[in-house]
Design a protein around this ligand. Structure first.
Ligand code: HEM
Length: 113
């Protein structure tokens, strides 16, 4: 189960980065797909964090819940689209996305051992 979940984060996370960069470069039609893929990352990280909490891994579990909730909140804070801009909220959004993907690996190593 944990292996399947981390594979979803790896694939969807990579797709979110690629589709997000294309969206930023001026392709508004990719907004819906990017948000859909991004939510998949957030939901799976949330599920893995709950599984970690059930195993009493409080630190990574709480971090996962916080990041999974922050990801869509900060994501939507970027709207309306500006294209090619690079405001603080956009940088923070990408950082949260990357940290969430990294945390999924950490959660996975705790869940399959
Ligand atoms: C629910 C989750 C997510 C939502 C609602 C969301 C929303 C958005 C929006 C609205 C933009 C366009 C910003 C603009 O061009 O002005 C964007 C861009 C981007 N997103 Fe996401 N996103 C989500 C998840 C992710 C994830 C998991 C990643 C992976 C790192 C990611 C990476 C990017 C990148 C690289 C960009 C282009 C740079 C930027 O404009 O910030 N996003 N996202």
């Amino acid at each position: 189960m944990a292996k399947l979940l981390v594979m979803v984060v790896r694939i969807a996370g990579l797709a979110a980065i690629v589709v997000g960069a294309l969206l930023w470069s001026g392709r508004p039609a990719l907004l819906g797909p990017h948000i859909g893929i991004g939510f998949a990352v957030a939901i799976v990280v949330f599920i893995m964090a709950v599984m970690a909490l059930m195993r009493k891994a409080i630190g990574v579990g709480v971090a996962g819940i916080v990041l999974a909730c922050l990801l869509p909140v900060v994501g939507f804070m970027q709207l309306p689209l500006t294209f090619h801009g690079l405001s603080l909220v956009q940088v923070v959004h990408v950082m949260i996305g990357l940290v969430a993907i990294g945390l999924a690996e950490r959660l996975y190593s705790g869940l399959h051992s």
